[in-house]
Design a protein around this ligand. Structure first.
Ligand code: TTP
Length: 212
């Protein structure tokens, strides 16, 4: 004799379990339009939650530690709103001659930064934190960027374009700032703010179901 009550209870549970397998939610904890575009390029479904994490850091940390620490703060800030999800936080800094350069807050600061970077090689560090339902994974990537010798006029024109102000080191390699760059060594996407090919490998390792 078949017990219909137990079947009707059992079936919906199976469906929920199966749905759960597919529906791992991916959240990008960022207000950066670049990071959104880069994650879109991976053809993954994700949601955005901007994080208002404090971005101050201790001078005793290395650049790699700084970017991973700030990336963690960003993913942790939104984690309580998204239990059981996969959350990504990321942070980028420029390092010139041992000094960490964040985003310039004025034209004067942008000028100082770009003068330092002119004719020299600097490193761009991007840290990533992924919080999965089980654990947190952190990593960073570093890319070296060499600038041409820049004239005062070039720097002035670039600052007047407005591009430096929301970008670490005061430039954007993906925009008008491309004219400043002579060569790079490392992943281009680390400079733009999200090392996507490493990210995809780390997501796979921690059990995120990729569609490919
Ligand atoms: C060097 C460089 C940086 N950047 C950007 C990447 C980052 O968005 C920004 C560094 O600031 P971040 O603090 O890393 O990021 P953010 O404030 O823009 O976004 P959120 O914290 O919400 O994720 O600089 C470029 O877009 N191009 C470049 O060539």
């Amino acid at each position: 004799m078949v017990n219909f009550d137990s079947i009707s209870l059992y079936l919906p549970l199976m469906q929920i379990e199966k749905k759960g397998d597919f529906m791992q939610r991916l959240i990008l904890a960022s207000s950066s339009p670049r990071r959104k575009e880069l994650l879109e390029s991976l053809r993954l479904k994700f949601e955005i939650s901007s994080s208002d994490a404090d971005e101050s850091f201790s001078e005793t940390l290395s650049p790699a530690e700084v970017v991973m620490e700030l990336a963690s703060r960003k993913s942790e800030t939104v984690a309580h709103d998204y239990p059981d999800c996969f959350l990504i936080g990321s942070d980028t800094v420029v390092v010139h001659d041992g000094t960490i350069l964040g985003k310039p807050e004025s034209g004067q600061e942008a000028l100082q930064m770009l003068k330092k970077l002119s004719g020299n090689t600097h490193s761009v560090y991007t840290g990533v934190s992924i919080i999965s339902p089980e654990k947190e994974t952190r990593f960073y990537e570093k890319t070296d960027v060499t600038f041409w010798d820049l004239s005062d006029e070039e720097i002035d024109t670039y600052i007047k374009s407005g591009e430096p102000f929301d970008k670490a080191g005061g430039y954007g390699i993906q925009g008008f700032g491309s004219m400043l760059v002579k060569e790079i060594s490392g992943d281009y996407y680390t400079v733009v703010g999200l090392p996507v090919s490493r990210l995809i490998r780390e997501l796979r390792k921690i059990g995120y179901n990729l569609p490919y």
